[in-house]
Write a protein that binds this ligand. Structure first.
Ligand SMILES: Nc1ncnc2c1ncn2[C@@H]1O[C@H](COP(=O)(O)OP(=O)(O)OP(=O)(O)O)[C@@H](O)[C@H]1O
Ligand SMILES: [Mg+2]
Length: 469
């Protein structure tokens, strides 16, 4: 059963229950007031009859009591009236009455008689009657006035009063119920439609359609849910792109050195067969470079697995950042001059020793200096070492292609490389996209921070190490 059907059924059940309770309360209250009116009216009739009987007795039976009796008998519920005077004389009058079948009755209780007088239900020739008697004194004698009411007619009278007063109420109740039903259909549509759209979108995204987006309407909970789902799809797409890129680059990164090693060793074999031994060292150097690249790749992968399993530990010693930066600059000097780049270390003040893991910090500096040289086609790379409030800082500034602002937050993610297909990043193929991820982890393990700023025409990477660790 869909969510909309469930909502409709739930609200309809609620509306029905509320209507039933309201109808019950209304009929209950109306019945109480109709019942009280009927009691009052019938008691008044009995007391009036008692006055007639007194009059009858006072006039010694000569009064026009029968004329009054007829007037009483015009009241539909009264079928017999009588006066009993001392000496056993009874003056009475009745009218012909046969009960008719009762229509469906709304009233759920019978008439409850008043407490004045004696009201006794009885059956008179198969007719249900309620006999009301009232004793009064007239000229020292006791006289009894009696009125026989038809039980059925009293009920019918009360029932018709109840029907009249309920008609308006039930019309209003039915209209409200109809409006409630229409409102339910509209509300469930407003609520259920976006849920269905999102369920469908989640199904599509789950089945791999990561480019699917939900139209965001409004800023309410549904709107926010839609934007969250869209953002989730974007992130999934990004990580899917990274994974795809990673698989293709990992295949490339593994294959190209392995193929290089295979080719070089083939050449060596052929050179040996031809006894051209003087050309062999050149191939051995090449094999060595390919092996180093392979090793670097495997080392990075191992490093990531160490980070992820929480096994990376620091060996804290006294270190000098200037010395470490100098080593990193010297390591890339040859590479930079091959590319025609100026690579310089700039230190304007004395840098005191600090504490840290020298190997790990060198690894970080080597990566950011290496990146600067690798991605810069022309110009210079400058490495500044300086003291900063609360610690020391290394800044690596290059005149490379820069990093687009929306990519800045991603470059520290695992395997992230700015699209390897772009012309301005020709060297991207040479990396795994792990260097900055590892660097960030190492620096944060030292309690420091690493960040990048970039504009068209260059990037600046800053590593900050707090003093006194
Ligand atoms: N100085 C820079 N100028 C321009 N882009 C840069 C610079 N430094 C890093 N990047 C971008 O950030 C990406 C991530 O750098 P990172 O050091 O993590 O990986 P890598 O150098 O590609 O590979 P690895 O360091 O693992 O060998 C690079 O691929 C490059 O796209
Ligand atoms: Mg790198």
């Amino acid at each position: 059963m869909g969510i909309r059907t469930k909502l409709i059924l739930f609200i309809l059940a609620l509306l029905t229950a509320i209507s039933a309770v309201m109808a019950f309360l209304f009929i209950h209250n109306e019945w109480a007031s109709i019942s009280a009116n009927s009691q009052r009216k019938n008691l008044q009739i009995l007391l009036a009859m008692s006055e007639v009987c007194k009059e009858q007795h006072a006039s010694g039976g000569k009064s026009s009591a029968y004329r009054y009796f007829k007037t009483f008998l015009k009241t539909p519920e009264i079928i017999k009236v009588s006066c009993e005077v001392p000496g056993g004389r009874v003056f009475m009058q009745d009218r012909y009455y046969t009960p008719t079948p009762q229509p469906f009755s709304l009233s759920f209780k019978k008439f409850s008689p008043p407490s004045t007088g004696v009201w006794e239900p009885r059956s008179d020739n198969g007719v249900e009657i309620l006999r009301a008697s009232f004793k009064a004194r007239s000229r020292g004698a006791e006289i009894t006035a009696r009125v026989d009411f038809s039980t059925q007619l009293i009920s019918q009278e009360m029932d018709s009063s109840l029907r009249q007063s309920s008609a308006g109420f039930f019309i209003i109740l039915s209209l409200s119920f109809a409006v409630g039903c229409i409102g339910t259909l509209i509300i469930t549509r407003v609520i259920a439609d976006p849920i269905q759209t999102m369920a469908e979108a989640a199904r599509l995204i789950g089945s791999g359609r990561l480019d699917h987006r939900i139209p965001v309407k409004g800023k309410d909970e549904m709107g926010r849910l839609a934007s969250e789902l869209n953002e989730m799809a974007v992130r999934l797409q990004e990580s899917d792109d990274i994974r795809r890129d990673f698989v293709s680059s990992i295949t490339h990164d593994l294959r190209s050195p392995v193929t290089g090693i295979e080719l070089c060793s083939d050449i060596i074999l052929k050179l040996a067969e031809k006894r051209e031994y003087d050309r062999i060292p050149e191939q051995v150097v090449s094999i060595n470079e390919h092996s180093q690249r392979l090793n670097r790749f495997i080392d990075s992968m191992l490093e990531v697995s160490r980070i992820e399993s929480g096994k990376m530990k620091l060996e804290i010693k006294s270190v000098n950042l200037e010395d470490l930066a100098d080593r990193a600059v010297r390591a890339f000097k040859t590479y930079a001059s091959q590319k025609g780049l100026k690579l310089e270390l700039v230190v304007g003040e004395e840098i005191p020793d600090t504490r840290g893991d020298p190997d790990r910090l060198y690894q970080v500096l080597a990566n950011i200096v290496g990146n600067a040289v690798k991605f810069t086609a022309a110009g210079s790379v400058e490495v500044f070492v300086e003291t900063a409030p609360g610690g020391q800082r290394v800044r690596v500034c290059d005149t490379g292609p820069g990093i687009p602002p929306r990519e800045l937050k991603n470059i520290f993610s695992k395997f992230y490389r700015i699209s390897a297909g772009r012309r301005e990043y020709p060297s991207a193929r040479q990396g795994t996209g792990l260097g900055l991820f590892i660097a960030k982890f190492i620096i944060e393990l030292h309690g420091g921070s690493i960040g990048a700023e970039s504009a068209e025409g260059g990037s600046v990477f800053t590593v900050f190490l707090p003093g006194g660790i």
